[in-house]
Ligand binder design. Sequence first.
Ligand code: NAD
Length: 498
Amino acid sequence: MANLSIELTAPNGVKYTQPTGLFINNEFVASSKGELIESIDPATESKIAEVHAASEEDVDKAVQAARAALKHESWKHLPGTDRGILMAKLADLLEEQKELFATIDAWDNGKPYSVALSEDLPEAIGTIRYYSGWADKTFGQTISTTSAKFAYTIRQPIGVIGQIIPWNYPLSMAAWKLGPALACGNTIVIKAAEQTPLSILVLATLIKKAGFPPGVVNIINGYGREAGAALVQHPLVDKIAFTGSTATASQIMKMASGTLKNITLETGGKSPLLVFNDCDLEQAVKWSHAGIMSNKGEICTATSRILVQQDIYEKFLEKFKVQVKDVSKVGDQWDSETFQGPQVTRTQYDRILSFIEAGKSEGATVLCGGGAREGKGFFIQPTVFTDVKDTMRIYREEIFGPVVTISSFSTEDEAVDRANDTTYGLGASVFTKDLERAHRVAAEIEAGMVWINSSQDCDFRIPFGGVKQSGIGRELGEAGLEGYTQIKAVHVNMGTKL
Ligand code: NAD
């Protein structure tokens, strides 16, 4: 029997037991092929731990467990109210150990511990707690037809849900997926990203402790092409909910078509941020900096294309440069002064640096930053490009790093046209004091979310998702339930007279 846990001490002194197996049927098990995933501290490039990677056979075991749980009376007949109680208990358990979870995500992902604790954890806890309240509120309707007949609808779970999550917010992405799926009575196989496999296994221990029946939530690590693809193609999985790159989403859509699976996709973005002459400039600079530089730029909704109206363009650049210098302190996860930690992996670091080189070689001007930080770790200087043409790769492609382009526009029509000149449509910001303009532009922009005089607001009560190639479906809020229930119509014949 393999050893399926390891004792770890994080750089901030927190000691804990890290499970390393696959969580199937409320037990940790070894992977069938013995394949492992290595988790690296991106600040030091040293190994944190190795965890088991699921093979196709392991994915099948997890799916079978979820299938069996779906039919088991301990879950199938559990009243929604009791399901909500289990979920609320899970949220409480998570909250009790929030420092531990913040430590693990900071260590594994590279984000500052203080941010993980003050932002990621409240989001994860809040999301599970919010959806615990929905567990007994997913009603159907009664629909009158004729005097002899009527129909009612029942909202039923979709079944076994395969969930595939990314590495930029490991725990909160898990909560976004688990919360609504559990509230609606589904069972789950969730696969974490291979870059950040640790916190979700500790979460697995809380699933069991909270009292969820075996098989309801199965948690696996594994590589996308192997475990991810096996989950997407499994005939007993009824739905795939995915967050990650648009390229992978497109492959998932193709694979899911084989069994006509229901899908929800949250993918990439190249979100515009428009700054009009009449804005509060200090606010615009503050939010536009946070909108791209927070979480090391590893945010799908990052406002990575800033467009500023001509008259205030030079002033905006001056102030933005000062903001980067004053706020974007690059450092490790444990320094309370750190604003920007290391990028998640060497691959991501190399990818961002190659975009920076592309920007330079295509003729854009580097206003600040423009390269890596010397020494160990995947640290990149916050980088601002000006003199950017709309055809350049840095303007068109999702970089997913602390790199922004700032260009200018003259009229509102031009601003909206350029904002919409992208295959993506996730978020968008508009800065203006003119109320009419704010709402007009918000309506015209092709995006799933618009921030007026802000950027990156995200709340578990508010729908989140994209249009165009930024996704299909919505997560969070009441809208997030739509993706996890199906409506059954029951026709009732009340008499024989008509
Ligand atoms: P990715 O889309 O490849 O990975 C996301 C998840 O999908 C991971 O769990 C991965 O294991 C899984 N996956 C990968 N290939 C799969 C497949 N063929 N079948 C099923 N599952 C599969 O993203 P990445 O390679 O980690 O990052 C590449 C780029 O994606 C980033 O630079 C960034 O631009 C973008 N990205 C976007 C988001 C987002 O939230 N929108 C998150 C992560 C990455």
